[in-house]
Design a binder for this molecule. Sequence first.
Ligand code: SF4
Length: 732
Amino acid sequence: MQNTGMQITATRHTATPTHCPYCALQCGMNLTPAADGTVEVSERADFPVNRGALCGKGRTAPAVLSSRVRLTSPLVRSGDGTLVPASWEEALGRIAGNLARTRAEHGADALGVFGGGGLTNEKAYTLGKFARVVLGTSQIDYNGRFCMSSAAAAGVKAFGLDRGLPFPLEDIPKTGCVILVGSNPAETMPPSLRYFTELRENGGTLIVVDPRRTKTAEQADLHLAPRPGTDLALALGMLHLVVAEGRVDERYVEERTAGWEDARAAAMGHWPEYVERITGVSVPELREAVRLFCEPEAAMVLTARGPEQQAKGTDTVGAWINLCLATGRAGRPLSGYGCLTGQGNGQGGREHGQKADQLPGYRKLTDPAARRHVAEVWGVDPDSLPGPGRSAYELLDALGTDIRSLLLMGSNPVVSAPRAAHVEERLRSLDFLAVCDVVLSETAALADVVLPVTQWAEETGTTTSLEGRVLLRRRAISPPDGIRSDLEVLHELADRLGVEKGFPTEPEEVFEELRRASAGGPADYSGIDYRRLAEENGVFWPCPASDGADGTDGIDGIDGTDGTTGAAVRHPGTPRLFLDRFATDDGRARFVPVSHRPSAEEPDDEYPVLLTTGRVVAQYQSGAQTRRVDELNAAAPGPFVELHPRLAARLGAADGDPLAVVSRRGRAVAPARVTTGIRPDTVFMPFHWAGEGRANTLTNPALDPTSRMPEFKVCAVRVEAVTKAAAPADTP
Ligand code: SF4
């Protein structure tokens, strides 16, 4: 164990079964406090998703609990501009005072709230309620907007419901073919790779669509490497061939879908030769992909950030869904479209109210019935609830102008937001910034007040994995002295801002309220409680409260029971969605006609190369936690620019030479990593680091018109060889 600068207090000395703090796979693990004050991670074989396997991030996660750089006291900005330790009383008082002042002077919408996809369901729920009930602001969104919102929007359009995977991971090895689009689970969630390995061992095939020959692509039966930003055209070309080769499942289309003729007409304009010119994927490769996908009884398409993080991400995912629908590969056993959600609670975090347009239970903020239902649970007038606010990037872009004060929880946008130098400048221009975090992240370092909060192993809460499986993360140790939970922070702030009730600090109490708020909504958790989660290794939503409840599963006043009579009928949860009908009014899935269009920024003489960004196996998102772990830093010490030998030769650059990558938004410098595993017209940078190698200095905040997802995955850059002495020049 490393970085053991802080003593950990055990709440028990036996192993506590819980889950990893990082990605959406939410691997099960056991945590045991050790005699030397550290926490040991051990295999938790009873959790079926990872069967005990963990990646390096999960295995080393306790190092952040005891890190010497962990915050243990509130910090406030002093007169000389430095952050200095302060009491909780002073720090909370400053935050409440500044929020109240801003609201009085500029109105409630001058207050912003920014959350995170790593927050538990209880925190995400409470943060949304805090923004709308205590602050009265519409200006709340979260970094999950950057993660999967295009897939969510496309799923809602096509199926009437967004749940990352509409089937459990265990179905993957049993299907006939999987197309993985813009996903690299070998690096982002390594324990999940076994599902694809088993698929191939069972005779199924794996197709990977990625501009890079990733570790996942190396294991594929077929690797298609389209030019970044052209996978919409690729899907349309495949659909064209499906029609031309007579592979449409006419009966399924007739019985279970609507809108096929328009989608078909749009696809027929995308001739394979035309698609080859756009994407760089040859016609024979396209034909082979169609053959592999269509010949088995069942098949799946899984997308991740590649197709989603584009200014046309919703249409791109929609094109892949159309391919599934035309071939009868959705809402049938072992077939379907799914999104491999990224962040630890990316799924639950978008269901319970921290998203700008949503109320708990995945309800729409614009729906009068939804407003009435949630307002009743919250004990407020429905008319007092604000309407939808700005999306994440738009909110960050408005800092210092329309939005004057910001409360930020569980996010580090200085590293993770697009056009990051501009976002950093916007954060600096605020009248007041308060940040809750476990370490002094790059964003926390800009704050006027920083509050040190508990970490995953020190608090109980629920998350919802990429499968839609609601899980209980249990507290295994006590937090260090001087640290409070996010729920305690929101309770204290609500109290200071005049709302004394409705913000409990016990996670289970919050979850009980969340159950009532979600009841009857698309993401219905009302039949789930902590006891069930502990007994069942998670429950898949929707899971409505029992309608013949015996007082254990039903919720009084919600399901019409009195809580004392009736037979116990426990809803089993819903591992597989859409098998009988889709979640639309008529039960049919919707084709959405889409056509190829260029990325927001295409290469030109000044910026002739495409940049795409992503992750490496040993770091996680903005790196706020993983960059504090020695073992992970040794494995992935810093950013790099991956490029093809032909491009490197043109630049006169060798492996390790510093390269400047310049876009219209700024300049980043990192060493070259030369590989034949990337297209010659494309460079790749991981986005986990701040400073001169910050990839998001370069990325384009062009937004998808539906999901408001920024175009992280493609922008135009030029690449220059530089001397080591040359300094980078970020520009906002
Ligand atoms: Fe944690 Fe994800 Fe690694 Fe599993 S794959 S150990 S959930 S980071």
